[in-house]
Design a protein around this ligand. Sequence first.
Ligand code: ZN
Length: 135
Amino acid sequence: MDDTTRALFDAALRVQEHAHAPYSNYHVGCSVLTSSGQIYVGANIENAAYPQGLCAEATALAVMASHGERQAQVVLTVCDSEGLATSCGGCRQKIREFATSETIIHACSRNGLWATYTMDGLLPDSFGPEHLSTA
Ligand code: ZN
């Protein structure tokens, strides 16, 4: 794991501790490295009204965008699974909003890196902001 990935992994591990997951007991942390070099983090936040819960990717991206950032270069998730677990379909689309085709997405367990994808690899032939462009 290179230094950048290690920094993202450590940040995601730290924020995973703040997950609010009393219903699933499935804790996820997410870190996002932006084109400006900043790292933003988020954890999954469940709700007693289940569909109102947020995945860690959604909270991290919301924090990133709320700080005025729009370009995710690397996204990393850490979850409690023993084996590989990747972002859900909804989160893949949420990442896509702020990604390029080359944005890197790392899927990790608490023990380390499981798999690395590009945005195009994780969500091929996807719909994105350019499809709504009138330019
Ligand atoms: Zn998700």
